[in-house]
Design a protein around this ligand. Structure first.
Ligand code: PEP
Length: 251
């Protein structure tokens, strides 16, 4: 059976002004200087840097966005649509990141509507799900994650238009990570839910892990069963560190 091409995506969050473009250029240089990685690579900068990064025309690094509105245009002052970021050069759009769910009270119904907008704009949605520490401690990880997934993913999700990002909320930016066995267990449960809902294509839908991935733990986490790449926050801000994570996909 075919296996999905892994994706290593960096999420710069609300970090970076034009100075940060230098790190993008360094990353492109590092990727061209090394033996080629067996994965797709993307950087999701703040909206303000999407066009500038896309203008670099790098073949080895795609550009993405961190969020979008659920409508493609209209009277929504201050919002940005999927069509706009696609026009600026984004190929991926993260939706449902736990910081959006927490800071802006975004629920799974809204995330699904955003994912649908991403499809309409012709780009790929990275749909994030993940449990909080108290949910994990209460033994509810699988229920919470599969519950979020069921509602957040549109019925027309495919392995081309969607990537699932599993990000335990308690592991984001904390330096804490689940064990490889824990990651494998939940990714395998997600895979089962995807295959049940989408048939064979569910095997090809990428499930990427996020939460304190760094060069020192990437190889181990990326070899867990049903892990098809990484979503990386802090360690994506420095080209050298991000390249160290991509290293997990070099022969
Ligand atoms: C994230 O915010 O998507 C993330 C995984 O952050 P970090 O790598 O910093 O934990």
């Amino acid at each position: 059976m075919d296996t999905p091409t892994p994706l290593v995506a960096g999420n710069w969050k609300m970090n970076g002004t034009s100075d940060q473009i230098t790190e993008f250029k360094k990353l492109v240089q590092l990727l061209s200087g090394n033996s080629s990685a067996q994965c797709q690579v993307a950087i999701c900068p703040p909206f303000t840097l999407i066009a500038a990064l896309a203008a670099e025309g790098a073949e080895s690094v795609h550009v993405g966005a961190q969020d979008c509105h659920a409508e493609l245009s209209g009277a929504h002052t201050g919002d940005i649509s999927a069509a706009m970021v696609a026009d600026a050069g984004a190929k991926f759009i993260i939706v449902g990141h736990s910081e959006r769910r927490a800071d802006h009270e975004e629920g799974s119904e809204l995330i699904r509507a955003k994912a649908q907008a991403v499809y309409k704009a012709g780009v790929t949605a990275i749909v994030c799900v993940g449990e909080t520490e108290s949910e994990r401690d209460a033994g509810k990880t699988e229920d919470v994650v599969l519950g979020q997934l069921l509602i957040s993913l549109p019925d027309d999700a495919t392995s081309t238009n969607t990537v699932v990002g599993y990000e335990p909320v308690w592991a984001i930016g904390t330096g804490k990570t689940p064990t490889v066995a824990d990651v494998a267990e939940i990714h395998t449960a997600i895979r089962g839910a995807l295959v049940e809902r989408f048939g064979d294509d569910g095997h090809m839908l990428r499930i990427i892990y996020g939460g304190s991935v760094k060069p020192s733990n990437a190889k181990e986490l990326m070899t867990a069963e049903n892990v098809d790449g990484a979503l990386v926050g802090g360690a994506s801000l420095k080209a050298q560190d991000f390249n160290g994570i991509i290293e997990a996909y070099r022969a």
